[in-house]
Design a protein around this ligand. Structure first.
Ligand code: SN0
Length: 320
């Protein structure tokens, strides 16, 4: 495996889930695989789970992780081509990438969407440069449009907790004070569309995800109707994807607190489990009562981030 951005990179989902089960049961069984191998984890943005779970996964495989926080531990990096570098950015990505990849065997990148230029974000400019100039396997640790390590962990969690062969999974938009990227909902939609689940997306008008990710998912604008009979409720905020109106890209179109997932919403589900990728704004995205209930899966979901990262790194090591 040379890249991990899309569900297609992992191949057969049944095989990937079997491998996840093995990795979870015997995390140290491939300790030899990463011997004398180095993974570099490069963060342009903040992280808690991704940083720690990626390091833990690498250590389980016997690999050495190196973590770099751009702009804090490193020079500030210029990412645009053809600019006169007379500002505060001391080094260009064009040099920094081949330098960084000369020190490692696999590289993981976190670089959030800028949320001002839809076309630029959806071309994944930073990830593309790492592929073009790095010549090493690349993992998206949440880039402009995708967060595949999260979506794979979400699928592993749904597989572990499902009580039906084909559960109903509802992804609901929820309010947030800040404009957030679409990477998490994009990847969740992409992975759920590929999995054997009944997948529904509910959101206010204007929040339609890019069709490359929403695919053929059922869209229901009435949140309560969407949640009826759900087995899993996956809450997430995202800013306007700008599909119908590109001038609104990255904007907050609604802060309607009626969409905050609370007991009233959970009451119409089939005793659904609650999921969220974290970090979560309590009593904005979800009420305390729902996230603190025994049906909340936010902690097991976060724990599975080690498993998803480890399967991906294992496969990359096997194909070096
Ligand atoms: C990020 C996002 O893409 O929504 C990372 C999620 C894994 N979330 C945030 O930036 C939340 C920041 C906040 O202030 O709540």
């Amino acid at each position: 495996m040379k890249t991990f951005f899309h569900v297609s990179d992992i191949g057969d989902l049944g095989a990937a889930l079997d491998e996840a089960r093995q990795v979870k049961a015997t995390p140290f069984a491939w300790k030899h695989l990463g011997e004398n191998k180095t993974i570099m984890l490069v963060f342009f943005n903040s992280s808690l789970r991704t940083r720690l779970s990626s390091q833990k996964a690498a250590l389980n495989l016997g690999m050495n992780p190196i973590v770099l926080n751009i702009g804090q531990d490193s020079w500030k990096l210029e990412t645009e081509m053809g600019v006169v570098m007379d500002g505060d950015r001391s080094e260009h990505l064009r040099e920094a990438i081949p330098v960084m990849t000369s020190y490692c065997d696999i590289i993981g990148i976190r670089s959030f969407a800028g949320l001002s230029d839809r076309e630029s974000d959806y071309n994944e400019p930073i990830l593309s440069q790492f592929i073009q100039y790095g010549h090493k396997p690349v993992i998206s640790l949440e880039s402009a449009t995708v967060h595949p390590c999260q979506a794979f962990a979400d699928l592993i969690t749904i597989e572990e907790y499902r009580r039906k062969k084909r559960p109903k999974v509802v992804m609901t938009w929820a309010p947030h004070p800040k404009a957030l990227p679409q990477a998490v909902p994009n990847s969740f939609a992409e992975w759920m569309n590929a999995a054997d689940v009944d997948f529904v997306i509910t959101q206010p008008q204007g929040y339609e995800l890019d069709p490359r990710f929403a695919g053929n998912a059922r869209i229901e604008y009435d949140q309560m109707k969407a949640l009826e009979g759900a087995d899993f409720v996956y809450a997430k905020n995202w800013s306007c994807p700008g599909v119908t109106d590109p001038s609104k890209y990255g904007q907050i179109l609604s802060k309607d607190m009626g969409w905050t997932v609370d007991e009233r919403h959970m009451a119409v589900t089939d005793n659904a489990y609650f999921m969220h990728c974290l970090p979560v704004r309590r009593n904005m995205i979800v009420s305390d009562s729902v996230i603190d209930a025994p049906t909340s899966l936010v902690i097991p979901e976060a724990a599975n981030r080690v498993v998803s990262a480890q399967v991906v790194m294992k496969r990359m090591l096997e194909s070096l």
